[in-house]
Ligand binder design. Structure first.
Ligand SMILES: O=C(O)C1=C[C@@H](OP(=O)(O)O)[C@@H](O)[C@H](O)C1
Ligand SMILES: C=C(OP(=O)(O)O)C(=O)O
Length: 450
């Protein structure tokens, strides 16, 4: 959906304290997986707290096109009547995954071992992103693909009529690739093995086990070895989606840099494969606490409390932490600009193949707002100016990337002058209530109608 509409230029004005409770929406990764695994189970899966952002709504539409009955009951309550592993019908229209890398890559995996074909497309951002990382392992199962030059969408996948199980070492740290291979392995006979050198988010493994698949995970010298037995009958589940730590990052970071702030962000999923940003912020000296730590639906959860933190210091973020905070580097760079000293972020090449090249997009916007950034292929660094010293006053391009747009809106809250983005429209892909939620805390966001 994103990228099809008229751009929505936005400005974030410096503001007073941010206070109150920020109830951010459901986790995007878990929401996609709930719909896809629900569609592959036999019977009715009930989901509460589903993220109703454009990315996930596109996945819901896709699951309908493959034959599942997906119903929106209102208020974040959804049901999916699944067709069983291997039960997907051939869609009679092109599957448009909008802005969502997770949606398209996981769905390609889920259909690749059935004797059907499907054509996938997306918006201008998604159609530039690399798909060979998924189609290469899917070819080992026997699936074929034809896309544009360089393995780009639009692309047709012809599923394997007679799939074989695979053993695959994931060459890039990517939960989407890992998950695509596991979902394909569901309809291959025998054992599919996925090995990842660096641990990435493990929602697929947890949820596959929850749906009754036979799956084991071992930590070995080679890395994490995940073994899935194919052709299970997946049992429908009742899923409560925790709130998204990647969305929580925005009110948390905004509170840290805006004078006088004290914000509670309740019920945030703190799966260790996702919580790297919060560890990093605490190491920088942020006043960020975890309250009421508990477990919900098999995921660790806590209420986050973030207060204005005028004494944060730049650090070198350990490269081995990158996978656990990969979507949070843009907003971390905004906090880094408000810390003293340099923040060094290494091992982050993957940032260059997200909805935008996120190192380039953030570096450009930080620079037009008076912040010094240095960068290489696999790293970047931000020179902190100290709290409240970011000049602001510039307008940034968001490059069809929700996280870039939201990060610059956060920057404006603690800057000396307003910060603009050329298009805030993509925010609706992952955080459709960003504007009212931030305004409710005291942010001064404005849409600049043309
Ligand atoms: O599996 C997932 O749900 C996701 C994995 C990550 O992508 P990669 O697998 O490309 O690292 C992340 O950036 C994305 O927002 C969601
Ligand atoms: C990278 C992201 O999403 P996706 O890859 O699903 O488009 C993100 O949400 O930051």
């Amino acid at each position: 959906m994103s990228g099809h509409g008229t751009p929505i230029p936005m400005t974030s004005h410096p503001c007073g304290p941010l206070t109150g409770t920020a109830e951010v929406p459901g986790d995007k990764s878990i929401s996609h997986r709930s719909l896809i695994l629900g569609a592959m189970a036999v019977g009715e899966t009930r989901i509460t707290g589903l993220l109703e952002g454009e990315d996930v709504l596109d996945t819901a539409k896709a699951m309908r096109a493959f034959g599942a009955e997906v119903t929106d009951h209102g208020g974040g309550e959804w049901s999916v009547h699944g067709v069983g592993v291997g039960g997907f019908a051939e869609p009679d229209q092109v599957i448009d995954c909008g802005n969502s890398g997770t949606g398209v890559r996981l769905i390609m995996g889920a259909m690749a071992t059935s004797a059907i074909s499907a054509t996938f497309t997306g918006d201008a951002s998604l159609n530039k992103r690399p798909m060979a990382r998924v189609t290469d392992p899917l070819a080992l199962f026997g699936a074929q693909s034809v896309g544009r030059t360089g393995g780009r969408l639009p692309m047709t996948i012809v599923g394997a009529a007679d799939p074989v199980p695979v053993k695959y070492e994931v060459p890039v740290p990517s939960a989407q690739v890992k998950s695509a291979v596991l979902l394909a392995g569901l309809n291959a006979p025998g054992k599919t093995v996925v090995i990842e050198a660096e641990a990435t988010r493990d929602h697929s493994e947890r949820m596959l086990a929850g749906f009754g698949a036979e799956i084991t995970v071992e930590d070995t010298d080679e890395g994490r070895v995940i073994t899935l037995t194919g052709r299970p009958e997946l049992k429908p589940q009742i899923i409560v989606v925790p709130r998204d730590p990647s969305s929580a990052a925005f009110p948390v970071c905004a509170a840290l840099i805006t004078p006088g702030s004290d914000v509670l962000v309740p019920g945030i999923g703190l799966n260790p494969t996702r919580a790297g940003l919060f560890t990093t912020l605490r190491e920088m000296g942020a006043d960020l606490t975890y309250e009421n730590e508990r477990e919900e639906g098999g995921e660790p959860v806590a209420d986050l409390r973030a207060r204005y933190s005028p004494d944060m210091k730049g650090i070198s973020v350990p490269p081995e932490r990158a996978a656990s905070m990969i979507d949070e580097y843009p907003v971390l760079s905004v906090v880094a600009a408000n810390a003293t000293g340099t923040t060094m972020m290494g091992g982050v090449k993957e940032l260059r193949v997200k909805e935008s090249d996120r190192i380039d997009a953030m570096a450009r916007g930080l620079r037009v707002n008076g912040v010094t950034v240095d960068e290489g292929d696999d790293w970047w660094s931000v020179d902190g100016l100290g709290i409240g010293n970011v000049p602001g006053g510039g307008t940034c391009e968001s490059f069809l990337d929700h996280r870039i747009a939201m990060s610059f809106m956060v920057m404006g809250m603690g800057a000396k002058n307003p910060v603009g983005v050329d298009d805030g429209g993509p925010i609706a892909t992952s955080f459709p209530i960003f504007e009212p939620l931030m305004a409710g805390l005291g942010a001064r966001l404005q849409r600049n109608n043309r």
